[in-house]
Design a protein around this ligand. Structure first.
Ligand code: SPD
Length: 347
């Protein structure tokens, strides 16, 4: 065979291979398996993305970081995009469980508030892009509860037994108990867990409903009068009726940053990048705020919000509240789970 024929045959093989690879890449990126928090992703955003790109989005939801982690790390299903909070992004990066983001595919990254790119869990958005930020705080139905409620110690009182809804989230609950002892949210040690344990035991007996999906529901329908909830839930309550006041506990509370990230080995990583870039558009990000009014990390989207949205005290807190991000606490997370399971089994 002549050299020329050999080269042209090699080229033909290479082109065919590239065609096959392209075909399989495009087949692969025609769907997106999104694993995200419940009550957080508007159907309109998913539909808009599909209409524009032809990519079908399979949205499966979870109610806690721990639930997401256990399914993700079990590896049974392959997700293309997950939505962990800051301390879980930190843990997943340490475990080398995330794909680095290709910033060349994220032309809308510059719309984000630069402050979010300086946070230690993922400085420079190497692996994650913020979806929404928020706080954990107290909602008081002021028509039913007239005494001042300033923090966790005021909230968990015997007289409020069976009138309380709280998040069903062990790390959060333990943090509240530690805060009443002056212990920071990231100082989770065996000794500090032992200090928190009797407090949590007493508190759990006062709670009527544990609900991380939609804690606003029981407050709205009058089944509970006080709640410790995600700020976006509180913002929806306030927008519905100003009798629902949001208080950031004086002992301090969690500021969370929930972000999109691509698990290592995701089959549809290109579709995942397209989705991330799509939600970074100001008008799309505003749609998320319209349905789920957390703190929008997108500077350009914030400009599109109404005054009513920007002035909602749960979405955009005023003053100088004591807020902390959570950090990865390694094996102590399992110890919190075990303690919470034991205390709940005593109820
Ligand atoms: N329904 C959406 C709730 C999002 C809450 N994310 C924060 C988790 C911090 N533990």
């Amino acid at each position: 065979m002549s050299l020329q024929r050999f080269v042209s045959r090699c080229l033909a093989v290479a082109v065919a291979a590239a065609g096959l690879a392209g075909a399989s890449a495009s087949a692969q990126n025609k769907e997106l398996n999104l694993f995200a928090w419940s009550e957080y992703v508007p159907q309109g955003v998913i539909d808009g993305f599909t209409a524009e790109t032809g990519i079908k989005v399979n949205y499966e939801s979870y109610a806690s970081n721990e639930e997401m982690l256990s399914k993700l790390l079990a590896g049974a299903t392959k997700y293309d995009l997950v939505q962990p909070s800051e301390y879980v992004v930190e843990a997943l990066i340490k475990q080398d469980a995330l794909e680095p983001l290709d910033h060349g595919k994220l032309s809308n990254l510059g719309n984000l508030d630069p402050a979010f790119g300086k946070m230690s869990h993922d400085a420079g958005h190497r692996f994650s892009v913020p979806w929404m930020s928020g706080t954990v705080g107290i909602v008081v139905n002021t028509e039913k509860v007239t005494e001042p409620i300033r923090g966790y110690a005021d909230f968990f009182q015997e007289k409020f037994k069976n009138r309380l809804v709280v998040l069903d989230d062990g790390r959060e609950i333990v943090t509240w108990a530690m805060a009443t002892e002056g212990i920071g949210p990231n100082d989770v040690t065996d000794a500090n867990l032992e200090r928190a344990k009797p407090i949590v035991r007493k508190w759990l007996k006062l709670v009527k409903i544990f609900d991380s999906d939609s804690p606003k529901t029981s407050l709205l329908n009058g089944d509970t009068d006080l709640g410790i909830v995600w700020s976006g839930e509180a913002a929806l309550l306030f927008a519905e009726d100003a009798k629902f006041q949001y208080i950031l506990p004086i002992e301090g509370t969690h500021q969370f940053i929930d972000s999109l990230a691509i698990p290592k080995g995701a089959k549809n990583a290109d579709a995942a990048h397209q989705f991330i870039n799509y939600i970074l558009r100001p008008e799309v990000s505003k749609l998320i705020s319209d349905d789920f009014p957390y703190t929008n990390p997108n500077t350009e989207a914030r400009k599109l919000l109404t005054d009513e949205q920007r002035n909602n005290p749960a979405s955009y807190p005023q003053g100088d509240p004591k807020l902390d991000l959570f950090h990865d606490i390694g094996d102590m997370a399992g110890k919190i789970d075990a303690m919470m399971t034991q205390l709940k089994s005593e109820l």
